[in-house]
Structures are given as structure tokens and as C-alpha cells.
Write a protein that binds this ligand. Structure first.
Ligand code: GDP
Ligand code: IMO
Ligand code: MG
Length: 428
């Protein structure tokens, strides 16, 4: 199966990094196609922890070529910090390639992200403050700066000056901040240009040829289905397409070449930042999940909001992404509960919804309708086959599988690379 897309099914932090790493040795290319350093993936190998933001998780697998696609927004300082940190730990990053069409996060976009949030006050999104939204806004407004612009000094200057004409008006007149000098921005960009140049290729062409040669390519989404700018809980979303379709626009590989779509689904739900979350638990059970699951953001360190599994969301993810296989992660975190509630539908003002409500106002008022499944108390972290799981853990997976409408092919039972049950091959 040559082209596989891997996405998050919920609001992010499902364990996509670990799932990508699991597939690592069986794939030739790993492509990041959306987002930037708002993502945070923690991967644990032989007890060593790696936190990746901008680099695709496949970078940890020797022999696999990591690709940063055109749909990504790049903070160059972060890119080279991550490369240097991995090199210091003995990881070879020399295969990394970067799209000439990817957009660059300019310093003024980091400032604008933070001041816009402050101005929004109680209506803020709770962004990661990395300049992601303003950089995508520039891309759509056709005033963005792309990787290829770094290699044409006069074009780069023209574009930065044109962008600053407007940005400085906003910074000074609306937000009461100091104006940014073009030279400050140009200096930051130019500092990295020589180091970046050998990595820059036409990644769409590279991937098309790789697929022609029968290579296996994994497209790894940042963020997740409900954070997608079109299909998520807008406006409480990120600014890119984190669903499976984004893999095509964000890489230059067409839909007819995609063979499988894997979605990663946490055995419960978490969310960082603001926005509706029907199964959220603001009580000691939520606190239990946060502690047991170590639910603190990899990027911002914020405590993640926690709640039960929501299969309305899971079903929606199946449909929007065309999921062929699910990886359910963190089943071990649910160990020790007498009962494990699973949301099967919503009640909105007395009306039952089996699918995601069409309107945001209804979603804000959705009350979960739960089915209570019996829990288990046995430690499952050493289980390596489905049959070894306690009967109630198996029943939980089978019930969830029925509700979300696609098979659960792998199950995470711990953070380590080998703490996984492979039930069906993810590669087809
Ligand atoms: P991502 O953004 O989707 O890659 O996910 P994060 O890395 O932000 O968050 C997932 C966290 O769960 C990481 O700390 C992982 O090490 C951890 N993790 C992944 N799978 C499992 C699992 O099956 N069990 C447990 N206990 N932890 C897991
Ligand atoms: P990974 O890839 C969880 C959230 C932010 C905020 C909203 C918009 O690790 O799953 P942004 O900075 O993107 O403009 O913020 O999206 N968010 C994430 N939440 N995991 C992520 O990435 C996220 N990336 C962005 O918290 O609510
Ligand atoms: Mg994360």
C-alpha cells in the first residue's frame, strides 16, 4: 500500500507521533502537510523522550526521508533548533527535504498572533501563539513569504516591505505596538537561507516519482479533524486543513493516489485551548484522566481539558476522512475504572442527534448521551495481542468500533514504541 494518510480523529494529541513512529521502519517517506510548530508530538524510544514540533515524526527512523510539504508554515529558527537538538542526540537529519512553496512564519506574525488573542479577550481562541493563524491568513491574502523567496534577495525585500506596509499600520494604530523594520525581518530570514538551500526541492515532484517507483509514503497530519479550519469546531480551530484531504493540497499528491487513511483516536478525549467539548469533565474524574494520561501540552505545557470518548466525533472523523483503520491510543489510562462511559449521541434541547449537529450553536448546547460500559482493573501494558486484553477492555474496543464504523487495527497500551497491539496490518 504505497500512499497512506494518518490524521487525528479528535482535537489533537491523540498520539499521532507514536503511530507514525510505529510505521516508521516500513515507510520510505514521511510527509508533514499542514500546520507548523503549533503541533507537539512526544515519542518514547527505549525510555528516551523526543518532543517534535515542526519536524515529521518519521525523522526518528533511520532510512526514512522526512518531507516538509507546501502546506506547512515554517518558523526557521524553530526548524534549525529542532534539527540541532536531534543531531546532538545522535539522530541523523540529513535526509530532510523542504518544499520551495511552504510559507515562512515572519516575526510580525508571531507578534500579531499574540496581540490579536489579547484583544479578543473572552472570545480568544487559545492559540499556541506561534504565528500560525496570521501566516496562513497572509498566504490566502497573497502577501505571504515562501521558502523560495529566500533565494532571491530583491524579491524577498519587495515582499517583506509590501507586507510591512499593512502590518505596521495594524501594529501601531490598532494594537499600540512598535513598528517592525524590514531589515529586522530580512536579517532573521537571511540568517538561515544558506543552511536551508540544500534541503529545498520540488517536493510534489519528488513524491510523485517515489510513488511511481512503488515507494511507501506516509502523510502525517498535525492537529486533528475537529481543529480543521473547514470541518472543525470553527472558529475554535487551527488555520489549516488537518483532515485527510489536506494531505493532497498540502503535498501536491493527488487524491487518486491515496490508498489508506488511518485515524488516531484516544480512548478518551482531550482538548487544549477554547471551544465546545460536550464530554468534558470538570470534576475529579477529569482530573484522574489528566493525571493518569499525563495530559499536559507538549508545545505550551497547558493542562489539557479531559473527558470521555465521544463516538459522535469518532463517526464524524470516519466520514470526513474516509477512515479505513483506527489506532486507539491510551487504552491503559482507563484501567482501574468501575465503569467507562462512552458518548453515543447528543441531546440538544430535548432532540437526539446521532450525527454532529449542523450548527455551531447546537453543538455548544449538546449534552452527551452515555452508554456505561464495564471497566477492568488488570494492568494491560504488557498485552501484545487483542486476546490477551481483559474481556471488558476487548468489549470496550468492539463497542467503540461498532459506533465509529471502521475497524480498530492497533491499540496503544503505553507510551513506549513497543507498547502497542497490532490487530490488523495498517499497511493493508
Ligand atoms: P500527537 O500530537 O497526536 O502526536 O500526541 P502528543 O504526543 O501530543 O500526545 C500523546 C501523548 O500520549 C504522548 O505523551 C505519548 O507519549 C503518549 N502516548 C501515546 N500513545 C500512548 C498509549 O497508548 N498509552 C499511554 N499511556 N501514552 C501514550
Ligand atoms: P498536535 O499536532 C492540540 C489548538 C490550540 C488552539 C487552536 C488554534 O500536537 O495534535 P493555533 O496556534 O494552531 O492557531 O491554535 O488549535 N492546537 C492544538 N491542540 N494539539 C495540537 O497539535 C494543536 N495545534 C493547535 O490549542 O486551541
Ligand atoms: Mg500533540
Amino acid at each position: 500500500m504505497p500512499a497512506i494518510v494518518l490524521v487525528g480523529a479528535q482535537w489533537g494529541d491523540e498520539g499521532k507521533g507514536k503511530a507514525t513512529d510505529l510505521l516508521g521502519s516500513r515507510i520510505d517517506y514521511v510527509v508533514k502537510f499542514n500546520g507548523g510548530n503549533n503541533a507537539g508530538h512526544t515519542i518514547v524510544i527505549d525510555g528516551e523522550k523526543y518532543a517534535l514540533h515542526l519536524l515529521p515524526s518519521g525523522i526518528l527512523t533511520p532510512g526514512c526521508t522526512p518531507v516538509i510539504g507546501n502546506g506547512v508554515v515554517i518558523d526557521l529558527a524553530v526548524l534549525f533548533q529542532e534539527i540541532d537538538a536531534l543531531n546532538d542526540r545522535g539522530i541523523d537529519t540529513s535526509r530532510l527535504v523542504v518544499s520551495a512553496n511552504a510559507h515562512l512564519i515572519a516575526p510580525y506574525n508571531r507578534v500579531l498572533d499574540k496581540v490579536t488573542e489579547r484583544f479578543l479577550g473572552s472570545r480568544r481562541i487559545g492559540t499556541t501563539g506561534r504565528g500560525i493563524g496570521p501566516t496562513y491568513a497572509d498566504k490566502m491574502s497573497r502577501v505571504g513569504i515562501r521558502v523560495q523567496d529566500l533565494f532571491d534577495e530583491s524579491i524577498l525585500r519587495q515582499k517583506v516591505e509590501a507586507a510591512l506596509d499593512v502590518k505596521n499600520q495594524m501594529l501601531v494604530k490598532i494594537y499600540n505596538r512598535r513598528a517592525v523594520e524590514a531589515d529586522e525581518v530580512l536579517d532573521e530570514f537571511k540568517k538561515y537561507a544558506d543552511r536551508l538551500r540544500p534541503m529545498v526541492v520540488d517536493t510534489g515532484l519528488l513524491l510523485g516519482k517515489a510513488l511511481d517507483q512503488g515507494k511507501t509514503v506516509l502523510f502525517e497530519a498535525g492537529q486533528a479533524t475537529l481543529l480543521d479550519v473547514d470541518h472543525g469546531t470553527y472558529p475554535y480551530v487551527t488555520s489549516s486543513n488537518a483532515t485527510a484531504a489536506g494531505a493532497c493540497t498540502g503535498s501536491g499528491v493527488p487524491p487518486t493516489r491515496i490508498d489508506r487513511v488511518i485515524a488516531v483516536l484516544k480512548a478518551y478525549t482531550t482538548r487544549v485551548g477554547e471551544g465546545p467539548f460536550p464530554t468534558e469533565l470538570n470534576d475529579e474524574t477529569g482530573e484522574f484522566l489528566r493525571k493518569a494520561g499525563a495530559e499536559y501540552g507538549t508545545t505550551t505545557g497547558r493542562p489539557r481539558r479531559c473527558g470521555w470518548m465521544d463516538t459522535v466525533v469518532g463517526r464524524y472523523a470516519t466520514r470526513i476522512n474516509g477512515v479505513t483503520d483506527f489506532v486507539v491510543t491510551k487504552l491503559d489510562v482507563l484501567t482501574g475504572l468501575d465503569q467507562v462511559p462512552v458518548c453515543v449521541a447528543y441531546d440538544v434541547g430535548g432532540v437526539r442527534y446521532d450525527e454532529m449537529p449542523m450548527s455551531q450553536s447546537d453543538f455548544h448546547h449538546a449534552k452527551p448521551i452515555y452508554e456505561n460500559l464495564p471497566g477492568w482493573s488488570e494492568d494491560i501494558s504488557a498485552c501484545r495481542s487483542f486476546e490477551e486484553l481483559p474481556v471488558n477492555a476487548r468489549a470496550y474496543i468492539e463497542r467503540v468500533e461498532g459506533l465509529i464504523g471502521a475497524r480498530v487495527s492497533s491499540i496503544g497500551v503505553g507510551p513506549g514504541r513497543d507498547e502497542i497491539i497490532e490487530r490488523h496490518s495498517l499497511l493493508g
